[in-house]
Design a binder for this molecule. Structure first.
Ligand SMILES: [Zn+2]
Ligand SMILES: [Zn+2]
Length: 430
């Protein structure tokens, strides 16, 4: 068995106080927060070198962490060791007579499988074995878990379903523009070709009137050479994801584009057996922004590789594409909002029902690691516009507790932006 340190769990009392101490005294920042309902625990993650500190806060008096605090006070709770195959690790330990708390692995955070060894069998230490979700960056000290199952979120009268068209990988430096690698690599460790893992996560919005799909991933038209360059992994793709969500391509009434880059709308069209390109969603009306359409059909050397006519021209030819302007209402409660920056007419989608708002942020917040205002992609054509939009948007999102959807975040589909003591973190929703 080969193990590596994954994280150290520490029981804490008041979260604000504890996270402030780690920040101010040790310079460790909370990068994400996760609520684990089954354990009645809120976990605050702080990357520290190749491993993490996991600060554990009880959310109910019956939580195991509350009981631990009562008996022993705040302090070291457990050590988590990552293994490649948790089943064989458990079998090996069992065969050697080591007492386990869990008979079988159970689901942990971020798609991992976990099981605990009894402290009496491990020198007085509560040891967690963890098999991380299959991730890109494997072989490094940290893997990035890939989150692919459809996630559902009711929002007022609406239902939001986040889907997955698989994963790809882009140069980490290009994804973070002027931000030095030393700052982002702990959160998103690059592979041996310097690429970081990204998801393609379209969103379904179900209303009484219509089923709307926002973006559709890169689809299945990419040639083998490009697929290798982009590290494309579509073993699980949009058709699987739609089926898992109880939907098919026939159920989609409206398909709307955040912008016309291939990783967002490649899935808008498909190739028939006779080679002809056709709309992939046979009943749907498609919606794109007028200015974005102009730019996509008049590309220059800098953006040409992102705008592939095969993804959008067949829609116009088939007469199913409607071009709209800023602030266009797609269906009641769902609107375009221009962020610009990434492309001149890049749109985020605001979704509002019964005073609750969700925002599909597309390439404005491609991942949760891009939350700091100046962490802007090198791909953005107008980075200062991105910065200006992000600065104002973040304030609004924090104040109004928007649910934000992260289209390219490999391990988190949606979360709420929080700010405490001037530091931002994302609380996972999906
Ligand atoms: Zn883009
Ligand atoms: Zn993108």
């Amino acid at each position: 068995m080969k193990v590596r340190l994954d994280h150290i769990g520490i029981a804490i009392g008041a979260a604000d106080e504890a996270t402030a101490w780690y920040r101010d005294r040790l310079g460790l920042q909370v990068t994400h927060v996760e609520q684990v309902e089954s354990q009645q625990v809120r976990a605050h993650f702080l990357p520290a070198g190749g491993a993490m500190l996991e600060l554990l806060e009880a959310t109910a008096p019956s939580s195991p962490i509350a009981r631990f605090l009562e008996k022993r006070g705040p302090g070291l709770h457990h050590v988590a060791l990552a293994v490649d195959d948790i089943h064989s690790a458990m079998a090996e330990l069992r065969a050697a007579g080591v007492r386990l708390i869990d008979d079988a692995p159970r689901p942990g955070a971020e798609g991992a499988l976990v099981a605990f060894l009894h402290p009496s069998a491990a020198g007085g230490v509560l040891v967690e074995l963890k098999q991380p979700a299959v991730g890109v960056g494997a072989g490094r000290s940290q893997t990035v878990p890939l989150f692919k199952t459809p996630g559902r979120l009711p929002l007022g009268d609406l239902e939001l379903v986040t889907l997955c068209d698989g994963f790809f990988a882009l140069d980490g430096g290009a994804m973070f523009g002027t931000v030095p690698r030393t700052l982002w690599e702990r959160s998103l460790p690059p592979d041996d070709r310097h690429r970081i893992p990204l998801s393609m996560r379209p969103l379904v919005i179900r209303t009484d009137a219509a089923t709307v799909l926002v973006d559709a991933g890169c689809g299945d038209k990419m040639d083998a050479k490009s697929a290798a360059i982009y590290g494309l992994d579509r073993r699980y793709h949009l058709d699987h994801s739609l089926a898992d969500a109880g939907l098919s391509v026939e159920d989609i009434d409206i398909v709307v584009a955040s912008h016309l880059h291939f990783d967002h709308i490649g899935g808008f069209t498909g190739r028939r057996a006779d080679g002809q390109l056709v709309p992939r969603f046979p009943r749907a009306r498609y919606v794109a922004h007028r200015g974005e359409w102009h730019d996509a059909t008049h590309p220059h050397e800098r953006n040409r590789a992102s705008y592939l006519p095969e993804n959008f021209q067949p829609l116009m030819d088939a007469g199913v594409l409607t071009l709209v302007d800023d602030e266009a209402e797609i269906v009641p409660g769902v609107r375009y909002r221009r962020s610009g920056g990434h492309t001149a007419h890049h749109q985020v989608l605001t979704i509002t029902s019964q005073a609750r708002t969700a925002v599909f942020t597309a390439d404005m917040y491609p991942t949760t690691v891009h939350i700091p205002d100046p962490w802007v992609m090198g791909y953005d054509l107008y980075p200062v516009d991105t910065l200006t939009f992000k600065r104002a948007f973040a304030r609004e999102a924090i104040e109004r507790e928007y649910v934000l959807f992260f289209e390219h975040d490999a391990s988190m589909a949606a979360g709420i932006l929080r700010e405490s003591g001037g530091k931002r973190s994302v609380e996972r929703v999906l």
